[in-house]
Ligand binder design. Structure first.
Ligand code: SF4
Length: 319
């Protein structure tokens, strides 16, 4: 189950001569991040309290999902040794019971499956648990990677499922996992994508073996699908009042960066900006605040006393 890279259970395998699922997903997001993960892991900041809370929540959701497949065996709890986990998995498979965190390796890829459910005489269904309410591209890539590794390791996979949270679920008392989760069959999509994994792994091994970190410009990928832990390092060249702060700037911000324009004040007069973005540019050039007194007055004049205020806070722990 996972909400981001670091929450992956097999995270401890990063130093192994293989690519774990979490490392693979990092490589899908950014080759520079992949290089650091393998060559300079100590320079990747540890998750902060907020990120840790998200990981912990993902773990809790994963535990809950196991109740959908009761009577299972957790493989290798507390064991870090790569070979021991693989051997233990092979022994446990024979019991034909649901398995949690079974470990497999193939062609340089290493994966632990959230849940494997035995089907018939010798087949298995693979279930990946996500703490999100929808299926995202990265989830399919995740399952494609597992499909590639498990198939290569000799597992006969019948179907692959994504277990995600039911957005319609309303809690009344104890959580019923059958109501809380939606099991989505993604077999066809994961299987089609799995054909690309071998080539992607080859590319990733090449990147990891580079002497120098690949030069990857910052871009939307720094926050998609996950906020990159190297954000601070890679984005530190940006000056105060930079183009990334453009209001609703979207891809326009990165177009400016690709032209070498980093500061708001350096945006050319004829560059297309919205009214609000133009205000930002102007204040950056003049150093003077922008105050639209008539607009403020119009809002204030529309208020009829007495006035009541409702203040509320909320938080989102999903990603
Ligand atoms: S911040 Fe962006 S460019 Fe830097 S490693 Fe992360 S994803 Fe890659």
């Amino acid at each position: 189950m996972s909400m981001s890279f670091e929450s992956e259970v097999e995270e401890a395998r990063v130093d192994a001569p293989s690519i774990s699922k979490s490392t693979f997903l990092m490589g899908c997001q950014c080759r520079k991040l992949l290089w650091f993960r393998y060559n300079a892991k100590d320079q990747i900041p540890a998750p902060d309290a907020q990120q840790q809370a998200v990981f912990d929540q993902g773990h809790e959701v994963g535990q809950l999902a196991r109740q959908l497949f009761p009577g299972g065996i957790e493989v290798g709890q507390g064991i870090d040794d790569f070979d021991e986990l693989l051997a233990l998995t092979q022994q446990t498979l024979k019991q034909r019971r649901p398995l949690y965190e079974a470990a497999f390796a193939f062609n340089g890829g290493y994966a632990r499956a959230d849940i494997l459910k035995p089907v018939g005489m010798d087949e298995w269904d693979l279930v990946e648990v996500k703490s999100t309410t929808s299926v995202k591209g990265i989830h399919l890539h995740d399952l494609a990677f597992q499909t590639f590794v498990l198939n290569g390791a000799g597992i006969k996979l019948r179907k692959s499922f994504l277990s995600r949270i039911n957005p319609e679920f309303v809690r009344r008392g104890p959580i019923d996992p059958k109501q809380f989760f939606v099991l989505e069959d993604v077999t066809a999509r994961a299987s089609a994508l799995s054909r690309e994994i071998e080539g992607e792994l080859d590319e990733m091994f090449k990147t990891m073996g580079l002497r120098q970190c690949p030069d990857v410009p910052i871009g939307p990928h720094c926050d998609d699908p996950y906020p990159c832990p190297l954000h601070e390092m890679c984005w530190s060249f940006l000056p105060d009042m930079n183009v990334i702060g453009l209001y609703r700037g979207g891809k326009k911000r990165f177009r400016l960066l690709s032209k070498g324009i980093t500061a708001l004040k350096d945006i050319a007069d004829d560059f297309p900006l919205t009214d609000n973005q133009e205000i930002q540019r102007r204040t950056a050039i003049t150093g003077q605040p922008h105050v639209d007194k008539p607009a403020i007055r119009a809002v204030l004049d529309g208020i009829k006393y007495p006035v009541s205020f409702l203040d509320f806070e909320t938080f989102g722990t999903n990603s």
